[in-house]
Design a protein. Structure first.
Length: 194
């Protein structure tokens, strides 16, 4: 387990302006033992990036679910809910953009395998109390590698589309908490976020 020590430094007014920018320093000590299961698979023995060879893996039904949130002003959320945003049906367009994005994932992420997706769903839920919209995306395939990146891409592009369509009235929107919530299938089996 890494040990992190953060020490706050009080700037001395008599020091140079450059030294005033130093507000803290870190001393990080980490062990050099890395479990075999954490080896990065996208690098070969010489450290060069490569696309992982999945040719010998069995085709299995694979599912990934990702989620993320965009926070905004209450007035912006009201525009989206009422369908009166200047650019039109925000959530309808964001849903189509998210689905389209899943099909382009391997074009956007260099070492990601192109996949034959069998299903993609994108849903939005509105939380008026927190003035936010959550995007949930599920991607599915029958193949040799997982669909986590496709689900994450759907969420990111769905939320970015909401931002794009509403930025004229709210540039302070914040996209947050984008993550894989669960994955199923493949050699590593099922996984669910805590």
């Amino acid at each position: 387990m890494p040990h992190i020590h953060i020490q706050q430094v009080t700037p001395n007014k008599s020091k140079s302006k450059a030294s005033l920018t130093t507000l803290f320093s870190e001393n990080i000590t980490m062990t050099n033992k890395t479990p075999a299961s954490t080896n990065l698979t996208h690098f070969d023995a010489s450290g060069q990036a490569h696309m992982v060879d999945v040719g010998s893996k069995n085709d299995t039904h694979r599912i990934a679910v990702a989620s993320g949130c965009i926070r905004m002003k209450a007035e912006t959320l009201a525009l989206i809910q009422s369908g009166t945003a200047k650019k039109g049906d925000v959530l309808g367009i964001a849903r189509i953009a998210a689905i389209m994005a899943t099909k382009r994932t391997s074009d956007l992420i260099p070492l990601c395998h192109p996949l034959a997706l069998t299903r993609v769903t994108v849903d939005f839920s509105i939380d008026e109390g927190n003035s936010s919209i959550t995007c949930n995306a599920q991607a599915e395939t029958v193949g040799k590698t997982g669909v986590e990146m496709e689900a994450l891409t759907a969420v990111q592009i769905g939320l970015l589309t909401i931002y794009d369509m509403c930025k004229a009235v709210d540039r302070g929107m914040v996209i947050t908490d984008v993550r894989v919530m669960e994955k199923h299938g493949g050699k590593s089996g099922d996984w669910t976020a805590e």
